[in-house]
Design a protein around this ligand. Structure first.
Ligand SMILES: [Mg+2]
Length: 122
């Protein structure tokens, strides 16, 4: 399984990346949406994408819209992991193409639960 972790916080990329590695994922990190698209262009499409909302260059929402549309049409499971906590924000993310939404700060259990909900056998 391949995981892509997109967050402008290096610490957050490390935390989430380590979590995914422990669960058996090969992990690639990116600091913003554009860097994530570049990573996808130069490698294989991930099975799972954890993406922050607020990032410079390209936000998580814009990234999700691009990766869900042609030419990517990614079937990856996408979890938005963000400090944005208002319900309209959650709706916006889901409408853009996110499958699940996790609010920061999160627990390892919360992430694990979402991944299991999404059908990952971990
Ligand atoms: Mg951020």
């Amino acid at each position: 399984m391949r995981g892509l972790v997109i967050d402008d916080s290096r610490t957050m990329r490390m935390i989430l990346g380590r979590m995914l590695k422990e669960l058996g994922f090969e992990v690639v990190g990116a600091a913003d949406g554009q860097a994530a698209l570049d990573a996808i262009d130069s490698g294989a499409m991930p099975d799972l994408i954890l993406v922050d909302w607020n990032m410079p260059v390209m936000t998580g929402i814009d990234f999700i819209k691009v990766v869900r549309a042609e030419p990517y049409s990614s079937p990856a499971k996408i979890v938005m992991v963000t400090t944005e906590t208002e319900i309209p924000r959650v709706v916006t993310a889901l409408e853009a193409g996110a499958d699940e939404y996790v609010m920061k700060p999160f627990t390892k259990e919360a992430i694990l639960e979402k991944l299991q909900l999404l059908g990952f056998e971990i």
